[in-house]
Design a protein around this ligand. Structure first.
Ligand code: A3P
Length: 294
């Protein structure tokens, strides 16, 4: 089955989710050629859920010792996070059947928007780590609407809401993706860490320490005393990243302008855009689709 996307391009349903044909090919390439390493880290999310932030934080946490104590000359100061942590299916494997990942130094960090089932077999019981970030659907939808409005003029929020309810959009529907990671995090908490954008905004220090614990590189007492967690948070903050020259110009390796990943951030911007009726429809959809059985 196929559907037109918001620009008229064809999307196809592949095993329950919607993709462009080249993404399906990239997923197949990944499944055939990817060889996991025990130290691999894979970051997963739905678009507009805090992927850029998670990429920056994980990169900064994992590589902090190289740039300690003050994180000067840190790669995040001169590179967009998406070029440091590349997407498997919309960047690496879409460009190349075998993108040469064997040559990368450990620990390798990758990102993906595909459901957990698509990764699962390729990870082949490797003790690698998967971090998922989930964001309130209404905020993620409004964020995606802003993002798409730059591509298509007069793009209506109403159309986007109907699309979400139907589920046929790039990387939709939400339940295929969110529930796959959520369920896995419950049964296999060593493999999948489920994070929430809202909790990261509310308690950033605690969430970054949780992230480091999960990744096996907990902050030492000395690091905590020296304010390392706060320094990482400042480096990766929306204000800091969006003001860097490296993020104002240019296009990331996944083909999107660097600046397009940064807007307002935070929690609850949906209230400035959605009518009560729109919010009600979306709440109803989330209730229906994400109700975890049992
Ligand atoms: P808004 O459009 O609501 O501002 P993704 O990275 O998954 O594409 O998500 C983009 C959303 O995350 C945008 O949300 C963007 O502003 C926000 N974002 C980007 N970098 C961030 C950061 N360092 N901290 C917090 N939010 C960030």
């Amino acid at each position: 089955t196929s559907e037109n996307d918001f620009t008229g391009k064809k999307l196809y349903n592949y095993q329950g989710s919607w993709y462009y044909p080249n993404t399906i090919q990239a997923i197949l390439n990944f499944q055939k050629h990817f060889r996991p390493r025990d130290s691999d880290i894979i970051l997963a999310s739905l678009p507009k859920s805090g992927t850029t932030w998670l990429k920056a934080l994980v990169f900064a946490v994992v590589h902090r010792n190289k740039y300690a104590p003050n994180l000067v000359s840190h790669p995040l100061l001169s590179n967009n996070p998406h070029n440091l942590v590349r997407f498997l299916e919309v960047d690496l494997y879409v460009k190349n059947q075998c993108p040469g990942l064997e040559e990368l130094p450990s620990p390798r960090i990758f990102a993906t928007h595909v459901p957990f089932q698509k990764l699962h077999e390729s990870l082949r019981d490797s003790p690698c780590k998967v971090v998922y970030v989930c964001r309130n659907i209404k905020d993620a939808l409004v964020s995606r609407w802003h993002f798409r409005s730059k591509i298509v003029s007069n793009y209506l929020l109403e159309d986007m809401i109907n699309e979400y309810i139907k589920g046929a959009y790039f990387f939709g529907p939400i339940e295929e993706q969110i529930l796959s990671y959520w369920k896995e995090s419950l049964v296999n908490s060593n493999l999948v860490l489920f994070m929430r954008y809202e909790e990261m905004i509310e308690k950033p220090v605690a969430q970054v320490m949780r992230l480091a614990d999960f990744l096996g590189c907990s902050f030492s007492e000395e690091e905590k005393q020296s304010g390392m967690v706060e320094k990482i948070l400042e480096l990766c903050s929306l204000g800091n990243l969006s003001n860097l020259e490296a993020n104002k110009i240019g296009t990331s390796t996944c083909g999107i302008a660097h600046h397009a990943f940064f807007r307002k951030g935070g929690v609850g911007d949906w209230k400035n855009h959605l009518t009560d009726e729109m919010a009600r429809k979306l709440d109803e959809m989330v209730e229906k689709k994400l109700k975890v059985q049992g």
